[in-house]
Design a protein around this ligand. Structure first.
Ligand code: FES
Length: 194
């Protein structure tokens, strides 16, 4: 994940451009419900910092939405998409919930760990990949799937997974979405043959 800002991590504040984004986010909520904006604000902070959220950023957000720091920390530490420590360039989230599990996510996870030589929640020595096992990412119909940064890679098998990891390592483009190309989107497999 790319950082777009050289923030002093000890003293976070949104950039001028992101403060404009904050205004747009707040405009979606009633004035007395600013606290509801905590997740988009955490996401914005995470993108500004470069893929993770500092305590300073959480404290800053708590001031913006006028809630105690602990309320922001609770959200940031509960949801797997928020990282509380630095991550690699490619943040891999592997879904291992029911549909993905039934379709082989254990093998995907195992291969990923072996190929990258990391365990869950670890970052490779070269800083290129961070691996995290997560709950359902909402693309069950194309299980098994993983998310890398903002993109989904679906209907994976061992070959397509290795292809994705190798291309990312080499800095090459990888096609996102379905990896088998046997069907479009999430249409039934039968419709391919009709
Ligand atoms: S079970 Fe994996 S995306 Fe839903």
């Amino acid at each position: 994940m790319k950082s777009n800002n050289n923030n002093n991590l000890e003293k976070f504040e949104f950039t001028k451009k992101n403060l404009e984004e904050v205004d747009k986010i707040f405009a979606k909520y009633p004035d007395e419900q600013k606290a509801s904006a905590v997740m988009p604000l955490l996401d914005l902070a995470m993108r500004q910092i470069g893929g993770w959220i500092t305590e300073s950023a959480m404290r800053y957000i708590s001031t913006l939405i006028n809630v105690p720091y602990i309320r922001v920390y609770e959200v940031a530490s509960f949801y797997s998409m928020f990282n509380l420590k630095p991550i690699g360039k490619n943040f891999i989230q592997i879904c291992t919930t029911t549909s993905c599990w039934l379709r082989g996510s254990d093998d995907i996870l195992k291969l990923c760990k072996k190929h990258l030589n990391v365990e869950n929640n670890q970052t490779t020595k070269d800083g290129l990949f961070t691996l995290k096992e997560v709950e359902c990412l909402g693309a069950c119909v194309n299980a098994p799937m993983i998310q890398i940064n903002d993109n989904y890679y679906e209907e994976l098998n061992k070959d397509s997974l290795l292809n994705i990891l190798n291309k990312l390592r080499e800095g090459k483009e990888v096609s996102i979405g379905l990896q088998t190309k046997k069907r479009k989107g999430a249409e039934p497999i039968d419709s391919v043959n009709n």
